[in-house]
Structure formats: C-alpha cells, structure tokens
Design a binder for this molecule. Sequence first.
Ligand code: HEM
Length: 341
Amino acid sequence: MTDTWPHIAPAPGTPSCGPPSFEPERGWWVTRHADVRAALTDPAFQVPAVDTGPPGTLAWLRATVSRFSPPLRHADRRAVAVRALAPLAPDDLRLDAVRLTVAVLDRAGDSVDVMRELARPVPLRTLADRLGFADPAAVGTAVAVVAAAYHPGVDPALTARADGAVTALLALAPQGPPEVGANLIGLLVQACDATAGLIGAAAHHLLPPGVPTTARTADLLAEVLRLDPPVRATRRVTVDEVRLGGRDLPAGSPVLLRFDAANRDPQVFTEPATFRPGRPGAGQLTFGTGERGCPGDRHALALATGVLDVLRERCRRGLTPMSYEPHPTLRVPTTLEVSAR
Ligand code: HEM
C-alpha cells in the first residue's frame, strides 16, 4: 500500500463557510474564519450567563470558573488558571504522558481502548499531579463525571452525580480559597473532554496502516485539530446591536461560532480539505482566540503528543467505523480499540 496522508472529511453537520446566517430555532451561526475571529475579540459578543447554586455544587462551579464568568469577574479568575499553568513545562507534561502511556500498554493485552485507558486518564492524572491535587487517579475519575455535565444544556440527569464529584474534587484540591480551588478544578474539567477528543481523533486518523510514520506528531496534531476539531463550536450572546460579516445582529442574539467550518475557510487555507502537516501560518481556531482563548493550548498539545508518540510507535488500528458521545459542541469518540503492532 502507498503511504498517504489521511483524508479527513467534515464531520456530519459541519456547515460550509458563508455570511452569518439566522434561523429562529437555532439563532445565528458564524462560519467564516474572519467573522469567528472578529466575534471572539469583540466585547459585543459575551459568553452566555449561567445560574449559580449552593457552594460545592456543579452550578456553583460553573458560576465560579473563568470560562463562564461575566466580563467583570473574568480577568481575575482567568489569572488564577494562568498562574497555575505557568510553572508546568510542556516538555515535562509530554514526558509524563509518554511514561503513563507506556505503563498502560505494558499492562494491556493485545489491544487497548484508547478512550477508556488513555485519552482521559493520562492527561488528567498528569495535570492533577502537577497542579498539586491529592490522589490524581481519583481526581481523573471525578473530573470526567463533572465534565460530562459541565456545559449548560446537557442532560440534567447527569447533574446530581456531578454535584457529588465537585464536592469530592474540592476536598482533593490544594488548600486555598474556594474560588481558587474552583478554577483549578476548572482547568481539569476544561482539559478533560477536549484533550480526549484530540487524542481520539488523532488515533483514529493517524494509526491506520498506510499513514506515513515520518512526520512530527506535533505537525500531525495541528492538522487533526484543524480538520476534525474536538471543540466544534462555542457560544456567545450579543449584548449590543452589532454588525458582523455584513449582517446586523440585534442585541440579545444567541450566536454559535463554528470552528469546524472556519478551519476549512478557503479564504484562509489553500486547498483547505488537504491534510498538510507543517502548513505555513497554521491559523486554525480550535483553541479560540482573544481574552478567552484557551490558556492550556500548549499543555494540551504536549500531553496529546506524548500519548500519540507512543501509540504511533507501538500500535495500529483497523479502519473500523467510529461513534461519538452525544454533545452539542464537542466531538469525542466513545471507544477506539488499537492493537499492538
Ligand atoms: C485539545 C484540547 C483543547 C481544546 C481544543 C481547547 C479549546 C478551548 C477553547 C476553544 C476555549 C475558549 C472557549 C470560548 O472562548 O468560548 C478554551 C478555554 C479554556 N481552556 Fe481549553 N482546550 C483544550 C485543552 C485545554 C487544557 C489541556 C486546559 C488546561 C490545562 C484548558 C483550559 C482552558 C481554560 C481554563 C479555558 C477558559 C479560559 C477563560 O476563561 O478565559 N484547555 N479551550
């Protein structure tokens, strides 16, 4: 078989690029790269407000983390997360991920489920340990429960379990004020499904036979992030009347910024559907941008690189069909078996 880069088709439901469009039941969709960037950096577009709840509950966590904070609270809370991440050298995270992945594969039989054994546990254990949480394995399990219920609008049945997990996580967090603990937990929750989705997508696209083994994992991950983003979109609401991409959006409009479409914008990417490791100018929007852009991007890439370096060396997978967890904006495979080469 000749070696070729994978062809990554748009995930079902990915819109093509065009001017902002409105439908009453779904609000505005923004799909062009320039429009998504503009909305992410324009204060007229804000993160939708969330309700709070009693201390130690999921609702309290959501209302206390930077991710869902209103402008007046956002900068201070984000600073907690950025300060905590600053001493974590990406190369150390990568090496931790390599070590844990090797240990899982050494223990496993002929095959391993990447999603269950690696994609969530490895990044979460590594980050929990380096951020000073007690019992990183227990933290990883509790964070996955919280992450499943974290985004507003998911199945409310998941909330009760998540309340218990938030309380457990606060007890395992480093000593400090509850708001600091919440934002450290917020880091792990933000890391959980998005990083797992990247590792799952990369294993899906890069481990079948015939994919060249020579390119740097980091360059391959950049193209996987662009063409099969684990975070497909993010939400905003307009707080003023605002003009975007030639359309007038009234104040109070719900807006969905579609990274999956913007990452294939032909105005920005030459031959956008072609998988091209080392593309000049990168420019994909999967980590967002602006004041609320992902502060864990380098950490996510380092962790995923560590896992994928080992998998590329030791494992292969067949071209079996994939299924994904139900979620309005994330794309995370449910299971993904790989076998030893
Ligand atoms: C492939 C993995 C990841 C992807 C694709 C991703 C993507 C994103 C995106 C798009 C946002 C901004 C959302 C918005 O503006 O509405 C965001 C925010 C955030 N991410 Fe990530 N992320 C990933 C991994 C991580 C990791 C590993 C961490 C922590 C170590 C992290 C921590 C955060 C935090 C704390 C925020 C909120 C920032 C704020 O409130 O200003 N993320 N992420």
